[in-house]
Design a protein around this ligand. Structure first.
Ligand code: HEM
Length: 511
């Protein structure tokens, strides 16, 4: 009995000491002012609500400056759930700091990404890989993203864009405003799956298709996990009702992609069982899937069927929601700014004349300069990935007086940096002319990083811009777009990818 009491007392003593002791990270973060910390919750309350998160991040910068220390929850409590020194972060907003963080090879994506994506996308996923392993993988995947790799890129993107257009025409013909956010997501899923798999998922044409809803629900559920720290440990997640729901959807998505991979393999190897790697490279390799299968055929043991499945799921995830967000906000901003829309109409008329139907070709793409500025300006105001947390492998020197201890995440946010008035005067105004070449001269190269920058810059930038240009050129050639409610201010939800909380309803008036 006495022994048990002593053990209990010692354990309580150790726990109390753990709770009260200050780590290097605590001492470091004390140097920075920031919002009030609540017991147990730390600063989590400040960014917990998805609809307030982005606005609050901006308030952080305005009230406390360009470097702000934050603790998500009582870190001591959270380490019970996670072995590393998690949940402490330094948010940095000035482009000088952003440049240091994004350009550094020592910086990995935060442990958060690993927590969220490993089950779905595998442990060797590009989104979660670290250090040298990450750099090696990125190099290996590069051919899948090269623009020339996919000869039929524009043709395919045009095809799906035309399908969207016919759906929009039909919906607009009913006389009411059209909810476009989901339609744009379906269209980008079709395009991006076409790009990587060589076949569309038929999301726009088959409305009973379960795949898009599954992708959407999967991302929604894993987003929720971020803010439920008691569900971070795998075992707690697995037994929770939300974790169980996620497992069903995840397995559906994995089985779905397994089937796609197997179908493609049998398509190739049934028709040409003795195909050599060289023949395959000549004959196929128009898509990421074929590229991966040719690596497998060539003896690259890393490219197992499962690995290819995870890779394809990762690419489709990275590519579709971001573009859908970009398109949704472009429609919103152009509808809310009729003068800018009129300039876009003028450019489209100059390039296409009265032709509302013909495909957008390579030669057109280079002429659509104002449209490109509209896309960039949209992604300045609504960067699809608004927050990027990083974890350093070692202590990280921002400057001589500010060495961030290992274990403190550094967070950069294009949402906030893009709104710093010294780089973008009157930042809330939608002004595509900010991106005219003459107006970009002298701007800090890291003042704008919607596609990230440096070591982990988005691999799909070119593809994203081409796809957005084709879809927006088709929509604005055919319609004048108006907000259903002209006073509407969308409420952005700051999840991994930002979206308007209530979708987007627009009136599409034929031109
Ligand atoms: C408007 C569209 C897009 C935006 C704004 C965007 C933005 C980004 C950003 C910010 C990152 C880096 C995230 C981080 O470092 O934490 C990223 C990574 C990535 N993006 Fe995009 N993206 C877009 C479209 C695409 C498309 C269409 C594809 C594929 C075709 C794609 C493929 C990828 C991949 C594979 C990565 C991971 C790169 C790596 O880890 O090395 N993205 N994207």
């Amino acid at each position: 009995m006495a022994v048990t009491s002593i053990l209990v007392l010692v354990s309580l003593g150790v726990l109390l000491w753990q709770l009260l002791k200050k780590s290097r990270s605590d001492i470091f973060l004390q140097r920075f002012s920031g919002p009030r910390k609540l017991p147990f919750l730390g600063n989590a309350w400040f960014i917990a609500r998805p609809t307030e998160r982005l606005k609050n991040l901006q308030i952080l910068q305005q009230e406390y400056g360009n470097r702000v220390g934050m603790t998500l929850g009582s870190q001591k409590m959270l380490t019970v759930f996670h072995p590393d020194d998690v949940a402490k972060m330094l948010t940095v907003f000035h482009p000088d700091d952003v440049a240091k963080v994004l350009a550094s090879k020592e910086m990995n994506r935060s442990w958060f990404l690993e927590l969220l994506f490993t089950d779905w996308l595998g442990s060797t996923c590009l989104l979660t890989a670290k250090g040298k392993e990450y750099l090696r993988m990125r190099k290996m995947y590069l051919p899948m993203f090269s623009y020339i790799h996919s000869e039929n890129l524009e043709l395919n993107f045009n095809t799906h864009s035309k399908t969207l257009l016919s759906v929009l025409k039909k919906e607009a013909g009913k006389g009411a405003a059209v909810e476009v956010r989901w339609l744009l997501t379906l269209c980008t899923l079709d395009n991006i799956s076409q790009y990587f798999l060589g076949k569309s998922m038929g999301c726009l044409t088959k409305f009973d298709n379960e795949y898009p809803a599954a992708v959407h629900n999967e991302t929604k559920l894993i987003n929720q996990r971020i803010y439920l720290p008691w569900l971070w440990p795998k075992v707690c997640w697995n037994i929770s009702s939300i974790g169980k729901k996620e497992k069903v959807i995840r397995e559906y998505l994995q089985d779905f992609m397994d089937k796609v991979v197997q179908e493609r393999k049998s398509e190739i190897f049934t028709n040409t069982p003795d195909i050599s790697v060289e023949q395959m490279k000549d004959k196929f390799q128009k898509t990421g899937l074929d590229y991966s299968l040719s690596e497998q055929l060539g003896g690259n043991t890393e490219f197992t069927d499962r690995y290819i499945r995870d890779l394809m799921n990762s690419c489709i995830l990275a590519g579709h929601d971001t573009v859908a967000a970009g398109l949704t906000f472009a429609l919103y901003l152009l509808a809310a700014n009729p003068k800018e829309q009129a300039k876009l109409h003028a450019e489209l008329d100059e390039v296409f004349g009265n032709d509302r139907d013909r495909n957008v070709e390579s030669s057109d793409l280079t002429k659509l300069k104002f449209l490109e500025c509209c896309i960039k300006e949209t992604e300045r105001l609504y960067p699809p990935i608004p927050i990027m947390p990083r974890t350093s492998e070692n202590d990280f020197e921002l400057d001589k007086n500010c060495v961030v201890p290992k274990g403190v995440d550094i967070v950069v946010s294009p949402w906030v940096t893009h709104r710093l008035p010294e780089f973008f005067p009157e930042p809330e105004e939608f002004r595509p002319s900010r991106f005219f070449p003459e107006n970009c001269t002298g701007r800090h190269p890291y003042a704008y990083f919607a596609f990230s920058a440096g070591v982990r810059i988005c691999m799909g930038i070119k593809i994203a811009i081409v796809l957005e240009k084709i879809i927006l050129a088709d929509i604005f050639r055919n319609f004048t777009v108006e907000l259903e409610d002209p006073t509407l201010k969308v409420v952005p939800v700051g999840d991994i990818v930002v979206f308007p909380r209530d979708g987007l309803k627009v009136k599409l008036n034929p031109r």
